[in-house]
Ligand binder design. Structure first.
Ligand SMILES: Cc1ncc(COP(=O)(O)OP(=O)(O)O)c(N)n1
Ligand code: TZP
Ligand code: MG
Length: 210
């Protein structure tokens, strides 16, 4: 199975405030076909983040899913995650690689800029992420990016490409057709009435394009 392809589910500590909700919602997304899980909690204390990261790591390993930590290289190391997602204001890629090793998966935010992606790819990022392609409920201030960026990136990069920001079941097919190898989703996945059915619907969007 290609580990870096398909639905990329990102957790949200408002939608999933406690351990039980977090675990059951991520499990539901995995059952529906989420291939990559990112633990994203920018506000909770260290103890809660460590505990939850360890719980999710165990769940993802049990289901053979890729598990990444947002922002925090040290937490990724402590909970034995597969890797980390870093933004332009987080640890530099070289430092993250040094800390996590050559087999770790490291993804890099490139916003709406191809030049950031070529730089990250040259520095051996495992994937690059662009966005926001649509208005995002989770990050309303994210700078907009055009779908044409995905097509352009696809033609010059050989690493997998993630699209993020306001992705829904309705706009996923056009986003994938434009060049996304993975679609990263928070709100329209984890706020859905049935998370498993919603994940299945996202996964289906990839089959149409394979
Ligand atoms: C898959 C993926 N893509 C982009 C981001 C955003 O990262 P960043 O720009 O560092 O912003 P925060 O998520 O840290 O607020 C992401 N987390 N995941
Ligand atoms: C972390 C992040 N970076 C750009 S948009 C975004 C949030 C994505 O969440 P949603 O799928 O709810 O728009
Ligand atoms: Mg970040």
């Amino acid at each position: 199975m290609n580990r870096l392809h398909g639905l990329y589910a990102i957790t949200d500590n408002i939608l999933m405030p406690d351990d039980q909700t977090l675990l059951s919602q991520v499990h539901a997304a995995i059952l529906g076909g989420a291939r990559v899980i990112q633990y994203r909690d920018k506000t909770s204390d260290t103890e809660k983040r460590y505990r939850q990261a360890c719980l999710l790591n165990e769940l993802c390993r049990k289901h053979q899913r890729t598990f990444l930590i947002n922002d925090d290289v040290q937490l990724a190391q402590q909970c034995d995650a597969h890797g980390v997602h870093i933004g332009q204001k987080d640890s530099p890629l070289e430092e993250a690689r040094q800390a996590l090793g050559s087999s770790a998966i490291i993804g890099v935010t490139c916003h709406d800029q191809l030049s950031l992606a070529t730089k990250a790819a040259l520095a051996c990022a495992d994937y690059v992420a662009f966005g926001a392609f649509y208005p995002s409920k989770t990050k309303p201030d994210a700078k907009p990016a055009p779908l044409s960026l995905l097509t352009e990136a696809k033609s010059i990069l050989s690493c997998p490409i993630v699209a993020i920001g306001g992705i829904t079941v309705d706009n996923a097919p056009q986003t994938i057709t434009a060049g996304a190898d993975m679609i990263a989703v928070v709100h329209s996945l984890f706020a859905a009435e049935s998370i498993t059915q919603q994940a299945e619907a996202f996964a289906l969007a990839f089959n149409w394009n394979e």
